[in-house]
Every structure is written in structure tokens, then in C-alpha cells.
Design a protein around this ligand. Structure first.
Ligand code: ZN
Length: 465
């Protein structure tokens, strides 16, 4: 009896904390406030100082040199001049790294909605309008570090080395907690996300990944804390929670990915008059703010491309499973069960396959360090996410074929080396590479939004914006 009461309480708590339900309660007005100033569309990013074109080559070289077993051709390429005359055939073998395109980052003054290579990303703070030079906007110092730099300076090396990547998949809800429901009550969130997790598990395991599911059936409903604790005990490298969205209106549709909000910023959907006290407190999940943003961006980008569903962006929220995660963690809302077009995708096996594949490709991008655009996605089943024990040969076609049971770095050295994640940043209009001389005043306990805004305006004026 107590069990049943506990279960109901847990179900209620899960429902309250679920992204879908949160969306349902906050309504459709969660898009960023649109600025009336039509002229203020020009955007620029003040990025950390970098050496644009030159940044790519050393990174690729570094990755290549870190590969433990370079192919004979690569090794032979290392000695200088003297060997060139006698061995002209060497040049045929080493794969040429593709030239990465620059990042295109678009900010709107006063808006937290930004585009990174066309993928929507919500900033922690609205972009700061500039009054000097050509106008435009700069990202807040927090966003420069944890959004702009995090995404555009993503790792160019594999996440793990010499062992299998461990991914914890968390199909939301379960048991008596069905999660969101379609209008006709026939499609349950808990069932769809379990199916998605199983598909994702198969794709990851085909690459040698180790996968743990927080629930294997629809009969169980682990608490949110239990899900997080299980991932920690298992020493997962990544945590990916799967959910579906819902809204009281029919129109909202699309996919969105959440990372926990960094200390000093509110959740993307927060519309309260003043920041909540907890927004200024660091949580365990904040230890991976950079990885959270990178993983979230990778998944959102691939998910949108693979599913064809609208892009609702990378967002921030302190969901328990993200807030307390001890590893990079994201929560993916894989479409709206309350929208007819999304529902058609979610109900079809092919549609769910595309969603799972998009998330899988995003995980690959993050784990392998291949975020440059225009690169083909990692080929499923070709290995690279872990060291296999089955002894299957590497079928990825690179020059360093060897049985998988021999220790080889997860990530497939040549593949990762050929695709550096470090790319220059392209400024959409104007722009420079200096760091903004501005430090946003932090919200004080009990301070209302008006007074915080005034303090920030004063600091901006003092800094010359
Ligand atoms: Zn949910």
C-alpha cells in the first residue's frame, strides 16, 4: 500500500519535472521575446582570441600524432626531405584531412536565441547590444565561455581512449507514470521513449559501445534520483534522457535538447519576475558545463537533420537528471505527441528509426570529436566507439586495420585525426576578436528583475556599450 502511494507520488513528481509537462504548464509563450527593432538584425560574436585559419592544422596534426599505431605510410611521411626522392609512392596513402569550414555564429541584440551553423541555441543571457561601431551584439561573458567557446572549440580527440565508451540511456517515465499522452490517448510517452532507447542501444552497441538503460521495460519506474545514481555507480561517460513533449495547443512541434543551466543563469523557459535563488548555486552537473553544451549541440544538430522535425533549439533547464549528473548529460524532447505531424513521425517505425539515428550520430560527433560541418556521419557498425571483444576486424576502411581485440583507441585514430573539431569562427557582420570588457552583475538574493536589469544596464554603459 505504501508502495502504491509512493509510486503515485513519484509519478506526480516525474510528471511535474518532465520537460513535456513543464512545457504544457508554461504554454507556448516560451519563445524568446522578439525585438521590435528590425534594424538590429546584424550580429557579431566577440569570441575568445584565436588564430583562425592556422588553428586547424596543428589540431589535426596533434590528433594524428596521438594515434598509437600510425600506418606505415604516415610513419614514413614523418622523415623529412632525404627520403622523398627514393620513395615517391608514399604520397598515395595518408588520407587528407578535409578543410573545415568556419563556424557561423549569429546573435541578435537583446535576444537569447542564437544560431550556430544554422542550429538554434539559447544563450544563458540575452546577447548584449553594442552601441559602438556598427551595432550588433556580443555574447555575455558567461556565454562566451560556456556556449560560444564550448561549441566552437569542441574537442578534436576521442572522448575515451583504449576502452569502450559507456553510455547511460534513460527512457523517461515508466510503470504507472505514462508521461505525456496523445489527444486520443493511444500513444504513451513512456512506450515511445523506451522504443527509441532500444533502437539507440542497438546502434551504439554495434559500434562497440557499452550501454546501460535506467529501465528495460514499461513495468518499472525508477525515481529520478535512482536514475542518476545508477549512471554514477556504473561510471557512465555520458547520460542521455529521452522524453516527448506536450502542449495544450496543437501547434507547437519539433525537437529540443536540454542541458543543465550554468551557475548564474536561469532556465531558458523561466519567465518569472526575478531569478530564482537556485540559479546562483552550482550543482554537480555544472562540473560538465562545457561537455553538456557540446553534447547537447551535437545531438540537436544531428536530430534535426535526421528526423526532419523543426529545430526548437539547445536549451537550459535544471531537471534533476541533468542537475545532479556526474558526467556530461542531456535530456532530449523528441517531438510533441500533441501535434499531428510530430505524432505521425513518432507513431511510424521509420520515423522513430530516424530520431534514434539522429541522436546516435550526435553522440558519435561528441564522442569522436567530429563536429565540423559537411562531414559524413560516422558509419554505423564500423566500430570506433569502443574496443570490441568479439575480434571482428575493423571495417572502417582506414589504413590501420587490425583486429578489434587489440587495444585501439576508441574513436578510431585516423578518423578522428582527419576531422579536427577546431575551426575558425566567421563573424556574420563586422566583429572582432577581443574579449568584451564587461562583467554582468550577478543576481542578489531577493533582488527583483527590474533592479537587476538596471544594474546590468549601468554596467554596460560603464563598459562603453
Ligand atoms: Zn517526459
Amino acid at each position: 500500500m505504501n508502495l502504491r502511494r509512493t509510486a503515485s507520488a513519484m509519478a506526480a513528481a516525474l510528471a511535474f519535472l518532465c520537460g513535456g509537462c513543464a512545457t504544457a504548464t508554461r504554454g507556448v509563450g516560451d519563445e524568446p521575446a522578439k525585438l521590435g527593432d528590425e534594424a538590429a538584425t546584424a550580429a557579431e560574436v566577440i569570441a575568445p582570441s584565436n588564430a583562425p585559419a592556422a588553428a586547424t592544422a596543428p589540431a589535426a596534426a596533434q590528433s594524428a600524432s596521438s594515434a598509437p599505431a600510425p600506418s606505415p605510410a604516415v610513419a614514413a611521411g614523418v622523415p623529412p626531405d632525404s627520403s622523398k626522392k627514393t620513395q615517391p609512392a608514399q604520397k598515395t596513402s595518408a588520407p587528407k584531412p578535409p578543410t573545415p569550414k568556419p563556424w557561423k555564429v549569429e546573435l541578435k541584440p537583446g535576444s537569447s536565441s542564437a544560431l550556430f551553423d544554422g542550429v538554434r541555441v539559447f544563450l544563458c543571457h540575452p546577447a548584449i547590444p553594442r552601441k559602438v561601431a556598427k551595432g550588433g551584439a556580443v555574447a555575455s561573458p558567461l556565454d562566451q565561455r560556456l556556449t560560444v567557446a564550448a561549441i566552437t572549440r569542441a574537442r578534436a580527440t576521442p572522448l575515451v581512449n583504449g576502452r569502450a565508451l559507456r553510455v547511460c540511456l534513460d527512457p523517461g517515465h515508466g510503470g504507472e507514470d505514462s508521461g505525456a499522452l496523445s489527444r486520443d490517448g493511444k500513444t504513451l510517452e513512456k512506450t515511445v521513449v523506451l522504443d527509441l532507447a532500444r533502437r539507440l542501444k542497438r546502434l551504439l552497441e554495434a559500434d562497440g559501445c557499452e550501454v546501460l538503460m535506467t529501465r528495460e521495460s514499461d513495468r518499472s519506474y525508477p525515481t529520478l534520483n535512482a536514475r542518476v545514481a545508477r549512471a554514477s555507480r556504473w561510471k557512465a561517460d555520458l547520460f542521455v534522457s529521452l522524453h516527448l513533449n506536450a502542449n495544450e495547443k496543437n501547434d507547437p512541434r519539433g525537437v529540443e535538447t536540454y542541458a543543465t543551466a550554468p551557475k548564474g543563469s536561469e532556465s531558458t523557459s523561466w519567465t518569472g519576475a526575478s531569478p530564482r535563488p537556485e540559479s546562483n548555486v552550482a550543482t554537480p552537473g555544472n562540473a560538465h558545463d562545457v561537455g553538456n553544451a557540446q553534447l547537447g549541440f551535437c545531438i540537436q544538430r544531428r536530430l534535426v537533420a535526421a528526423s526532419g522535425l523543426p529545430d526548437r533549439g539547445l536549451r537550459r533547464a535544471r531537471y534533476i537528471v541533468l542537475r545532479d549528473a556526474m558526467m556530461p548529460a542531456v535530456l532530449v524532447e523528441c517531438g510533441f505527441v500533441t501535434n499531428e505531424r510530430d505524432l505521425a513521425v513518432l507513431r511510424s517505425s521509420a520515423g522513430r528509426g530516424k530520431i534514434a539515428r539522429g541522436i546516435y550520430e550526435g553522440i558519435c560527433d561528441f564522442a569522436l570529436g567530429t563536429m565540423a560541418p559537411g562531414l559524413p556521419a560516422h558509419v554505423s557498425g564500423t566500430g570506433g566507439l569502443g574496443v570490441r571483444t568479439s575480434g571482428q576486424p575493423d571495417r572502417s576502411g582506414d589504413a590501420q586495420q587490425k583486429p578489434r581485440q587489440q587495444a585501439q583507441p576508441a574513436g578510431g585514430g585516423a578518423h578522428a585525426a582527419a576531422t579536427s573539431g577546431t575551426r575558425p569562427i566567421s563573424f556574420v557582420s563586422g566583429g572582432d576578436s577581443r574579449v568584451a570588457p564587461y562583467s554582468a552583475p550577478k543576481p542578489q538574493d531577493g533582488q527583483d528583475a527590474e533592479s537587476l536589469r538596471a544594474a546590468r544596464q549601468a554596467a554596460l554603459r560603464a563598459a562603453g556599450f
